[in-house]
Design a protein. Structure first.
Length: 185
């Protein structure tokens, strides 16, 4: 059983993950770990106590970003109708993809080292999409013939687009296709 972290250690860990995500998003995962620690406002020893290797930091930062993305699904559902929540969540996807793009090579190395991070995080994301779709179907605002994996693949294709404005246009197009079709009266 793992001993729970003290409150200050938990805060430092969170600061390190936030700093890593920002640094990796801005400069890629090749930035120095000293720079990440400095950005977090902690010493390099604190970084290594939490993340003994670069790969450990990369994986933890990526998992944290996926956790934030998935948590946003529930937050958007609390604030908006389901179709709007899905559209907002897909906008949040754009920020996620920027981080993922900056971490791609390092994530490949982590996976090559035996991590199942991609499988686990993909399952989390598909579950979040399923939650959004189910709410939309129940509200009558989203189609009932779409699978969460289909949406994941469609949104994943938008990940290939590096122009954020073009990506947003494509997401709007996707949302138009996901909304429940108007019925003729």
């Amino acid at each position: 059983m793992t001993k729970p972290l003290r409150a200050d250690a938990t805060r430092n860990r969170e600061k390190l993950l936030t700093a890593a995500l920002e640094s990796f998003g801005d400069r890629g995962t090749g930035c120095s770990l000293e720079a990440v620690a400095k950005h977090a406002g902690v010493g390099i020893g604190t970084l290594y106590r939490h993340f003994p290797t670069r790969d450990a930091l990369v994986e933890a930062a990526y998992r944290a970003e996926v956790d934030h993305l998935c948590a946003a699904a529930g937050e958007f559902l609390d604030e908006h109708p389901p179709d709007v929540a899905l559209a907002e969540w897909m906008e949040r996807w754009i920020a996620y993809t920027a981080t993922k793009r900056g971490m791609a090579d390092a994530l490949n190395a982590v996976v090559a080292g035996g991590s199942d991070v991609r499988v686990q995080t993909r399952e989390q994301i598909v579950a979040s999409i399923a939650r959004l779709l189910e709410a939309g179907v129940a509200a009558g605002t989203l189609r009932d013939d779409v699978q969460p994996d289909d949406v994941m693949r469609a949104v994943g294709a938008v990940w290939q687009v590096t122009d954020p404005e073009q990506a947003r246009r494509m997401l709007r197009l996707l949302m138009d296709g996901l909304r429940h079709p108007c019925r003729a009266t």
